[in-house]
Design a protein around this ligand. Structure first.
Ligand code: RIB
Length: 317
């Protein structure tokens, strides 16, 4: 493989227009909550991850996505192109995907997605993988398409990075094609059917590299027989929407730049923390310079105690 030629990260996945209402708390089943301000933001796990990757610096980013023929599509294309993501758009007769988000005052959210055109993405729509070193996938598009993309990438020698979100059961052939799996704790438990520690759950997965995001605590990873721990960066969170997507995009970009895993996790955690300080999905994803500034801030250095606390939480050692 010519390393110079394979310099592109391809994201294949979803794009949604997010309809966001702020409220004191997320409603319980059957409850009506009187919210406050309302706004729309470009979102969708795939598109958010593509923007995070493009903003992570120095990685050419392409995205395959399906959109309707409507004004929502135009605003999603504007956001992606504004972040310098090169687009391959499949135009569908279905409406552009939408997501309905209730954002609580403690920065948590509840999200319902109406997939619309995202459901129209098919496995044979992946264009040439020439120049592509990494393919980044999520689960907001049909599982058959995600599986076909992963198999095609594996056959072409492209590294497959899967963010298994939202949680769902995965076909064995998909999991076998994955080089790097990224999950949160809920997704890890759903995938393994195991309610033990993170370490116990990790032992159930036969994937070369598994990264587990742990919210404000940070993240951990197992790569081959090696384990990594990265405590979270402390920030004043206002909206955690797209924090996980930013982590995935920034991590995939760092792997594309061939950073060692420990550095890749540090970059992805810093980018993800900054995303929580602003409203919206793509609008909140930080630029490369902001991430560098946080990484160089002496106050952001993690103590050995913080690493030990994270290790204990994960059940390591
Ligand atoms: O991960 C956050 C995203 O989930 C939102 O932008 C929403 O569109 C849903 O896809």
């Amino acid at each position: 493989m010519n390393a110079r030629v394979r310099d592109t990260l391809l994201v294949a996945g979803s794009a949604n227009l997010d309809f966001v209402v702020r409220a004191s708390h997320v409603p319980a089943p059957g409850e009506t909550v009187l919210g406050r301000d309302f706004a729309t933001f470009p979102g969708g796990k795939g598109a958010n991850q593509a923007v995070a990757c493009a903003r992570a610096g120095d990685v050419r980013t392409r995205m395959l996505l399906a959109l309707g023929n409507d004004s929502f599509a135009a605003s999603l294309e504007d956001s992606l192109e504004g972040a310098c993501v090169e687009l391959q758009v499949v135009r569908s007769a279905l409406p552009t995907g939408t997501a309905f988000i209730c954002l609580s005052d403690d920065a948590e959210n509840a999200i319902t997605v109406a997939p619309g055109a995202n459901a129209a993405l098919r496995g044979d729509e992946l264009s040439s993988l020439h120049e592509v070193s990494h393919l980044l996938l999520q689960l907001e598009t049909p599982l058959e398409a995600v599986t076909a993309f992963a198999l095609a990438a594996r056959a072409a020698g492209v590294q497959v990075v899967l963010n298994a979100a939202p949680a769902r059961a995965l076909p064995t052939e998909l999991l076998r094609s994955v080089d790097v799996l990224i999950v949160n704790e809920g997704e890890l438990a759903a995938l393994t059917g195991h309610n033990g520690t993170v370490n116990e759950c990790l032992a159930q997965l036969d994937v070369p590299c598994v990264v587990v995001t742990l919210g404000a605590r940070g993240c951990c990873a197992r790569q081959g027989g090696e384990f990594f721990l990265q405590p979270g960066f402390k920030v004043q969170a206002v909206d955690t929407t797209a924090a996980g997507d930013t982590f995935c995009g920034a991590l995939a970009a760092a792997l594309c730049r061939q950073l060692p895993m420990a550095d890749a996790l540090r970059h992805a955690s810093a980018a993800s923390a900054l995303t929580c300080t602003r409203l919206g999905a793509q609008s909140s994803i930080p630029a490369w310079e902001e991430v560098q500034a946080l990484l160089q801030d002496p106050a952001a250095v993690h103590s050995p105690q913080a690493v030990a606390a994270l290790a204990a939480y994960c059940g390591f050692g």
